[in-house]
Write a protein that binds this ligand. Sequence first.
Ligand SMILES: NC(=O)c1ccc[n+]([C@@H]2O[C@H](COP(=O)([O-])OP(=O)(O)OC[C@H]3O[C@@H](n4cnc5c(N)ncnc54)[C@H](OP(=O)(O)O)[C@@H]3O)[C@@H](O)[C@H]2O)c1
Length: 485
Amino acid sequence: MKKILITGATGYVGRRLKDTLLDRPDISIRLLVRNKKKLRAFVLDKVEIVEGDTYDKVILRKALEGIDIAYYMIHSMGSGANFEDLDRISAENFREACIESGVKRVIYLGGLGEKGTASKHLLSRIETGEVLSARPDKLQVIWFRCGIIIGSGSASFEILRNLVEKLPIMVTPKWVDTLSQPISIQDALDYLIAAIDLETQKSIIVDIGVDHPISFRDMIKETAKAMGFRRVIIPIPVLTPRLSSYWVILFTPVPYHIVAPLIEGLKSETLVLSNYAPRYFPNIKPIGIREAVKAAIDEMVNDQVISRWCDSSAREVCDITGHDNTATAILRDKRRFFFDDISPENIFKSFTSIGGDFGWFTYNILWRIRGYIDKIMGGPGLNRGRRRSSGNLRVGDAIDFWKVADVRENERLLLFSQMKQFGKAWLEFNIEGGTLVQTAHYYPQGFLGRVYWFFLTPFHSMIFGSLGKKIIEHARYLESQENNK
Ligand SMILES: NC(=O)c1ccc[n+]([C@@H]2O[C@H](COP(=O)([O-])OP(=O)(O)OC[C@H]3O[C@@H](n4cnc5c(N)ncnc54)[C@H](OP(=O)(O)O)[C@@H]3O)[C@@H](O)[C@H]2O)c1
């Protein structure tokens, strides 16, 4: 039985990779994660976990002990200005620990593109591949390179989908005709998994993508067709990458620090430069763009989005580590709502369906206004949405401008606010016997923090006063639906 380590298993690609490999009887899986609370209970039952990061050499040795094949699905994009240094150190530590532990193969997924024209972000992905592959005599590396990933919840697809959905006439930069070869998330996973059984001892770089290059203009048109729209595209020369990024963040949930490198990357072609993919993986035939878009949309419609671009904890946009403790808060709005006649299961279902397309139970207009203010101030706003319309929440999930900091089945939901504000805020729902306890916690930063809280007090009275009642009303509705079945 092969022993496999997956890193980045709480990120966009790694989570899907882990889910796909979970039930294979011929392999045993270990995960290296920074926060094991981000994994659901059934995963914890099936895999071995090492908690920590790649900057800790002792943890790395523990994670890699006895491992045959290790997936390197980590990147530090969004961790701040020094992300390249972090990526380099992380890859060096990982390579050395793999060699020390006798790992036979590392599988890495980087980006398509050439050094001469690469963005800062892509350069760092290339450097990571080079660092991992720097000791070919001691460690074999299968380095996949792919362009845009088309899949529900991927940052590039979310941008594409939101622009197509919201803009009948699209003003684009002049490099809308740049060619690229995207790949569906399913095909990318197929390659990553097939690399486990690949019969070669050599380190290789395998470029993967759809068979025929496509321009961004055609990609937008294909996405529109798959979504049932017709869209007009008008390229204008004055749109710089920076202006385009500001334009894009107005209409999509993806924040500037992720949009900017993606837009910068669109200026250069990202094409498959070798025939290694069909040579080493002849059984994988990548699907076309329209099919990939359809598959991504189907996943969204059917509530089967496994991972999203905002799952990882990079910087404040997604960070929840250490935010599951409300003890530091000094201002609170605590309310109790009684529900003797309803099951706790339905109360839990009700408050865990909050946010996204479902809305905020009450005063949605005020939540939307707060969302716009947040977006203008550089926060995530409301349009980040959420992964599912109901249930199945896990720690780290984004819900509009909140992140799930703790969730306990039929008991508790704790949301940590990622709004731009003067302090830290949480919203908590607890089931205590026949009572729903709803608490807004706030830790004000300085004088402005206190002014902010007291300025909002009348709005809080309106919103929080009716929120709990509406949650119970919705739970009662769920209960009646169940009883009518
Ligand atoms: N997503 C795409 O569209 C795309 C396209 C082309 C190539 N790729 C490549 O695919 C790979 C994975 O990308 P992704 O989009 O899945 O990334 P992601 O969603 O940002 O996830 C990154 C993962 O790495 C973990 N991580 C970060 N730093 C770590 C550290 N020092 N130690 C341990 N874990 C750490 C994060 O853990 P936390 O959950 O704790 O933050 C998270 O699980 C990258 O190499 C990327 O270049 C992705």
